[in-house]
Design a protein around this ligand. Sequence first.
Ligand code: MG
Length: 497
Amino acid sequence: MISRVKSAVTGILGGSLSSKQSALPAPSTPEKETPSVPIAKPQPPCRPSFLKLSPEEFQKSGDHNARIVLTLKTPGELHWGTGYAEVINAGKSHHNEDNVCCKFVVAEDKDEKHDGLLSDMNLNTEVQTIHKVSDKVSFYYWGLFDGHAGYGCALTASRLLHLQIRDQLRDLEHILQQTTAAPLCLDPENTTRTENISDTHEISNPTMDTAIRFHLEKQVFPESLVIGALENAFKKMDEQIERERTSHSIDGGCCALVTVYFMGKLYVANAGDSRAIIIRQGQTIEMSHEFTPETERQRLQLLASLKPELLGNEFTCLEFPRRIQQKELKKRMLYRDHTMTGWAYKTIEEDDMKFPLIYGEGKKARVMATIGVTRGFGDHDLKVYNSNIYIKPFLSCMPGVKVYDLAGCDHNADDVMVMGTDGLWDVITDREVAETVQRVFATHGTDQPNRYNLAAQELVLRTRGVRKENSWRLSTGKLASLDDISVFVIPLAAHGS
Ligand code: MG
């Protein structure tokens, strides 16, 4: 076992891999498992319908040597005048494994409740979300889904996650309407309420709904309910993918980054290594946190220490600065476990010679030598190469959610939110993104509706770079992004228009 893990890591450290999964071939279904229903024809690859690609354009978009940057043909077509651009990877995978969604979502009436089954949908066309116009629950929605080991999971999530969110928010309609009667004062850092609710609300009102009174007494406020709705929607989405992955041939997994504008606030939910920032008056505000083997080391180690059987007697949950060699047995070495942020010394024992649960650094860090992200959808059948050790217990579909009080702040036409898959952020900093966007806006004034689209296009062009002697290079000469790149540029002043 150790030798096969070693060979996998050799590939990782050799720098030949740019995807989130190692070169180890993962079985698409558990060994000897017979599907209970016939396997459906895989969903065909496709690009977002709002790009309006002709069949010929779609074919050209998949050329890894040309890497044509795709963007909107009609400026202002997406809500708020959102800009969008994308480009395929440099050969990492056959298809563009990113997928996206941008919609204004309106709930149906309760008696039209959607049952959420993939089998009820035509996955070859974009799902229609507006069945009956209602002014009760509606929200603006942007989603980025960065797939790995196939495009199926990202495509499925791009078509269904907003419906899961809609269902969760609709169930809160009654409570949200009453709890929002109270004025809110939020700490912008952690979104916790900073004033005493009893100062502004008459909790003892005898006519008040019991559930509402409970929410107020326990200081459960609308933001917490919306965050909970998003978390539940992510959970439901992953359960649906698990349930229907065989019958609908949903391959691989995906990271998910979505923004929901609801009741005056932007909710940014992130599960994976995509990223969102706000650029306001030239300053950048982080709106997401990346989940990787390095950032989630302690969570992964804690799970492994609580359930060592998940390691299959092949891995150690301890972290060491480097691989332990046989000759170092009984010698002292630095280590850290799930309780530690710093390092300490221990005497090396036989168990410490096992392969580390987390190995590699930065973009090359892997969980069990297999996968480089720790949150997202799918990967239910992913196992360590040539073993029966499942990776999924260590992966989580739960997003981190940040809230931004959009309606409560003033914004000008140059203030935007940038959402991008990791193909963008791998080669550019937040500051460089802000400078690039500002440069585009300086030459394309507020009278040009295409300025947000041009900003998205420029970000993708800059990070894709140009092809020089069989490699893609940035203007600085450094290696450009070889990954799929997808970018939204969302004007913040447009929310009231
Ligand atoms: Mg990517």
